[in-house]
Design a protein around this ligand. Structure first.
Ligand code: PEP
Ligand code: MN
Length: 360
């Protein structure tokens, strides 16, 4: 007898489940209609006051055996699912591959970044002296380096550390690059300096510490100069893409993304290079992606394998810090390669097939 009763009760439950489902579906259709009306009126889909009213009514009509909190919980789930039905399609970002299938190629005086051939950006951490800049540029040029880096505005952790030469530094790197037929990339930290920097730099660098300096991003978006945007120290890939969107949405679509390592608990390297960010960014976005192998590792002894890894996973180029005399450098003394080390590094990349054998 017990068995028959169980089967009967179960079949009643099955029927009720179907009835609940039918009611939920009917409810969902009403919600969708309400969503359309709200869309036409431009009002917010989520109405917490209305939600509270509905919950209060349900609790007041609660016949048991569920307690009031359980009723609230169950219906909140239903409300949430309904809100999902009303949600607008997420806005597709301009930097997204969904918006543009083809790769963006950023062109800097004939150098094409993101066009298939890896680009090596090299130079010292900071612009220091005319001699330092001249020596380094003279040493880099034979390796086909076309984009010379060097910071004039240095975002240092300590206010007592060398802060950079400022505008004088920009003048100096420009002069050096012109002498050796190179282009200039240098970091700008203040929105009010973007306009001025246009006279000196070919690529505006926005550093990790400023990835979410939205006023700086907006100013960089207002000009028509390529921008290299570094990933923030603790920024997610999504946040990097949103930061790039700030620039592109203002009309400047010449943006290069840069993975430069993120903060983790690991102390063996200066930062933890998020190598998976490279193929993910390449998939999610049409913008070129380069890897800063110097700031991510902070270790010269592993820069070569890391460089190969970055290029192997699809990076469009690398940033490498090179100083004629790293031990006396005014910033990042430990991590910069000297010229013979850089030569060996480039030779290694060529012989292992990561760079073309002939001079770039
Ligand atoms: C730099 O490239 O000079 C620099 C300061 O790097 P980051 O912003 O990635 O720390
Ligand atoms: Mn540095």
């Amino acid at each position: 007898m017990g068995k028959e009763r169980l089967a009967e009760l179960r079949s009643q439950l099955d029927e009720i489940n179907i009835e609940i489902l039918e009611l939920l579906s009917r409810r969902a259709e009403l919600v969708q209609e309400i969503g359309e009306l709200k869309k036409a009126k431009g009002t917010d889909r989520f109405d917490p006051i209305r939600e509270k009213e509905m919950l209060d009514k349900l609790v007041a009509a609660n016949p048991g055996p569920f307690d009031d909190n359980t009723v609230r919980h169950l219906f909140k789930q239903i409300f949430q699912a309904s809100l999902g039905l009303m949600e607008e399609e997420k806005k597709v970002l301009l930097v997204s591959r969904k918006k543009r299938m083809e790769d963006t190629v950023v062109e800097v005086n004939g150098l094409r970044i993101g066009a298939g051939q890896p680009v090596i950006i090299a130079g010292p951490c900071s612009v220091e002296t005319p001699e330092q800049m001249d020596t380094v540029a003279a040493g880099l040029q034979p390796h086909g380096i076309q984009l010379l880096r060097g910071g004039a505005y240095k975002p240092r952790t300590s206010p007592y550390d060398f802060q950079g030469l400022g505008k004088k530094g920009l003048e100096l790197i420009r002069k050096t690059a012109d002498k050796y037929g190179m282009s200039v990339i240098s970091e700008i930290v203040s929105p009010s300096d973007i306009e001025m920097a246009l006279d000196y730099v070919d690529v505006i660098q926005i550093g990790a510490r400023n990835m979410q300096n939205f006023e700086l991003l907006k100013e960089a978006g207002n000009v028509r100069k390529p921008v290299l945007l570094k990933r923030g120290l603790s920024a997610t890939i999504e946040e990097l893409l949103f930061a790039a969107e700030y620039i592109v949405s203002r009309g400047n679509d010449q943006v290069i993304l840069c993975e430069r390592g993120i903060r983790t608990y690991e102390k063996a390297t200066r930062n933890t290079l998020d190598i998976s960010a490279v193929p993910i960014l390449k998939q999610e976005s049409h913008l070129p992606v380069i890897v800063d192998i110097t700031h991510s590792t902070g270790r010269k002894d592993i820069m070569f394998p890391i460089a190969k890894a970055a290029l192997a996973v699809g990076a469009d180029g690398l940033i490498v810090e090179v100083h004629p005399e790293p031990s006396v450098a005014l910033s990042d003394a430990k991590q910069q390669m000297d010229l013979p080390q850089f030569e060996k590094f480039m030779e290694g990349l060529r012989t292992s097939g990561y760079l073309p054998k002939e001079n770039l």
